[in-house]
Ligand binder design. Structure first.
Ligand code: ZN
Length: 272
């Protein structure tokens, strides 16, 4: 079943089946010695429409399936699920500095941490996961960037929090933007576009025309721009280019599925 096969998916990411579970790995970050990946929907036990590696509770999937999927992913990555620091994601821009393992018990959409055993996770199903590693200090940052977080600059806020907490220099950071709904599929309406225009002067670079009153938004591309403005070297930012809605054979897509689907986990962790 395992086969241990892998292939490049572009943008510095590769797909790998390990222990029967499919994961997308951020190659540059992993080469620096951390676990940096986003799970796929492949290799779990869930039934439709959560087939099969749904990791999110509260989406109407069977609890026993979610538990087994979390166990499988933990085993495949060598990072047991209970070690992963998680927050209640609310599409905001709050960055939380982790205190210990497991659920942090508060509302936030980004996590930072440092030190042996630090392990961060967020859940996604169209929103862009932004993974940050400072090879100099060993600090980690992980952000959940949908359109609201992107417009609010959550990736830049995470970079700033890494600087404030650990002295990280933006130019040293390695970053990766994982699979997310792409500009091919993510049509948004005028209220969203108005927020984007008000927030960033470069808004026209990340939209293309859609139906009247609509446009297609490039969330991963916008996050690349946010990171560049925050001082990161664009050559050190890997954007996967994989669209969740186009790639539902391996990815969960909230928009692409009509709203009833599973959640993938972005995991960023140091060895214990
Ligand atoms: Zn697409």
């Amino acid at each position: 079943m395992d086969g241990g096969w892998r292939h490049e998916v572009g943008g510095g990411w590769r797909y790998e089946v390990a222990g029967g579970v499919g994961v997308f790995r951020a190659s540059a970050l992993e080469s620096a010695g951390v676990v940096a990946c986003v799970s796929s929907r492949c290799g779990g036990v869930g039934a439709r429409p959560f087939d099969s590696l749904n990791l999110g509770r509260g989406v109407d999937d069977a609890e026993v399936a979610v538990e087994e999927n979390r166990r499988r992913l933990g085993e495949a990555l060598g990072v047991p699920w209970p070690r992963l620091a998680t927050v209640r994601q609310v599409h905001g821009t709050t960055v939380h500095t982790v205190a210990g393992a497991g659920p942090q018990g508060l509302d936030a959409d980004a996590l930072i941490g440092r030190g042996p055993g630090t392990a961060l996770a967020i859940l996604v199903a169209d929103c862009a996961p932004v993974l940050l590693l400072d090879p100099r200090t060993g600090a980690l940052g992980l952000a959940h960037a949908g359109w609201r977080g992107t417009v609010g600059g959550i990736a830049a806020r995470t970079v700033a929090a890494l600087h404030d907490a650990y002295g990280c220099r933006p130019g040293d950071l390695l970053a990766a933007v994982g699979p997310a709904i792409g500009p091919c599929c993510y049509e948004v309406d005028e209220p969203v576009l108005a927020r984007l225009r008000a927030a960033v002067p470069w808004w026209a670079e990340v939209v293309r025309p859609g139906r009247p009153g609509h446009a297609y938004l490039d969330v991963p591309g916008a996050n690349l721009r946010v990171l560049r403005d925050a001082g990161l070297d664009p050559d050190r930012v890997d954007v996967s280019g994989l669209c969740t809605a186009c790639g539902q054979d391996r990815l969960f897509s909230h928009r692409g599925s009509g709203g009833r689907t599973g959640r993938m986990a972005a995991v960023l962790a140091l060895a214990g």
